[in-house]
Design a protein. Sequence first.
Length: 276
Amino acid sequence: MSALEWFAHKPLGGGIFWIQERFYESANRANIWLVRGSQRDVVIDAGLGLRSLPEYLRDAGLLAPAEGAGPRPLLAVATHVHFDHSGGLRHFAEVAVHSAEAAALRRGDNFEAVTWLAEREVARPPRPGWSARHFRVPPVRPSRLLHEGDVICLGDRQLTVMHMPGHSRGSICLHDKDRKILFSGDVVYDGSMIDWLPYSRISDYVASCQRLLELVDQGLVEKVLPGHFNIFGAERLYQLASDYISQAGVCHKISTCAMRSIASIALRIANSRITS
């Protein structure tokens, strides 16, 4: 299967494109965002990597040329290293990730990447003989380590890094302050927020949600482009963050601890089978 078949995209206007992996039929299917600037293009998250995303961007004509030259520089930014967001990073020459998860990405740590892919989730195999049980996120050496407050300059637009741990220890949002757009990764999306994975932490998640509330209160976000599911606005963002804070009590912490233990055991077993 070609990259053109595997991916599909939708233009949102303002130099932003929404890209998805058509044949990965799972709630884990991550949204991929292409943001075009006057001097640099940025891909936010990269999907599973079963087909080459840069090849798709080129063949679909989504990479506008620089003045009198080839395509502008292309940077892939991982909002975090979970497999559904980081598997495709290997296809990019330039990769950025938060420093807290850089080591996991460099060593191809599929436990921290929570790699869990089932055959039934892939409606059409990307190539003959492909099997989900052999899937893993390969080691990738990031070319840029991100920290709170860093700015990714695209020329005519800037994306500010917000370190928002909780879902994972290196989770980030990217904030386009001028356009009041938040690329939220898995920090928040219109669904149940997951805090029971290895390296999830409820207290961090509560603090991150409090920051989200502040963004809304200050009028700094009007549109959220999340890591999964559909786009939503400031009112829904406030509700999602408020709901998480209100339910993060003792009972939730106890049940989450049990869930994390089960998930950790399952992931270690699954990854031992991959590597054996």
